[in-house]
Design a binder for this molecule. Structure first.
Ligand SMILES: [Zn+2]
Length: 259
């Protein structure tokens, strides 16, 4: 198994251990301003983003146990959890949907996710059943099976607005939904051209620096590369990843260089 696969695997194992013990539930999450009204909340194992306009929008929800820290982060900028109108999910992996049920209940927000992944978000399908590339991916899949079956008790959440490529959401300006599959079958990115920023989930990796997604973490690596090309064809100043630091200047040019 390559280093990247091992890193992803160990990260998820640690994340699961944290979730089972609940030790992240009361730790405040570090909140960083990415742009006007846009914040990165560093949850235990992944990034959550907060868009603060007339109402609030969350992008992804971290692991199970991150929910309270995310609510604290909302309050730390002087806003209230009930102001969250939408929770946008980039993909159904457990480090992005773990606190979704908790946050949906706490905020009353509507959940937006790819129509292709609503069954996973709703808990009717397990994410370990998603394909994974290569030998490393198969080991990864086996570990996820054990984690999801015996340790990680995913709390199902209903998707209120199943989305597809080209759909538009009018909140915090206009948000364009872009299918960027490959890392998972229904991964989506959220593009805000008026703000010059895109949220790509795990369609690209930001760890330790922006790079192509690790093959073992992908359901379909060739499809993932096509999605990177699709993202690289857009114009944006900033790019926010599911893991790692956002690219804050000339992000589109940096991503074009990756391919
Ligand atoms: Zn993922």
């Amino acid at each position: 198994m390559k280093d990247t696969s091992l890193t992803v695997l160990l990260s998820l194992l640690c994340a699961t251990a944290s979730s089972v013990s609940g030790c992240n539930s009361s730790s405040p999450a570090l909140t960083e301003k990415v742009a006007d009204g846009i914040y990165r909340i560093r949850a235990s194992r992944s990034n959550v983003y907060l868009l603060a306009g007339d109402s609030l929008v969350l992008i992804d929800t971290g692991m199970k146990g991150d929910g309270k820290a995310i609510l604290q982060a909302i309050e730390s900028i002087g806003r209230k959890p009930r102001e969250v109108s939408y929770i946008l999910i980039t993909h159904a992996h457990i480090d992005h949907t773990g606190s979704l049920a908790f946050l949906k209940q706490a905020t009353g927000a509507k959940v937006v996710a790819s129509a292709q992944e609503t069954e996973y978000v709703a808990g009717r399908k397990k994410t370990w059943t998603m394909e994974r590339e290569g030998f490393g991916g198969k080991i990864f899949k086996l570990m996820l099976y054990f984690m999801e079956t015996f340790f990680f008790k995913y709390e199902p959440a209903t998707v209120d607005l199943p989305c597809k490529d080209g759909d538009v959401l009018e909140c915090f300006g206009t948000i364009y939904i872009l299918d960027t599959p490959g890392h998972s079958p229904g991964s989506v990115s959220y593009n805000l051209p008026e703000k010059g920023i895109i949220f790509v989930g795990d369609a690209l990796s930001g760890v330790p620096e922006p790079k192509l997604p690790p093959r073992a973490g992908c359901a379909d690596y060739q499809q993932a590369l096509q999605s990177v090309k699709k993202i690289a064809g857009l114009i944006f100043e900033k790019c926010c990843f599911g893991h790692g630091n956002p690219l804050k200047t000339r992000a589109d040019a940096s991503i074009r260089q990756l391919i």
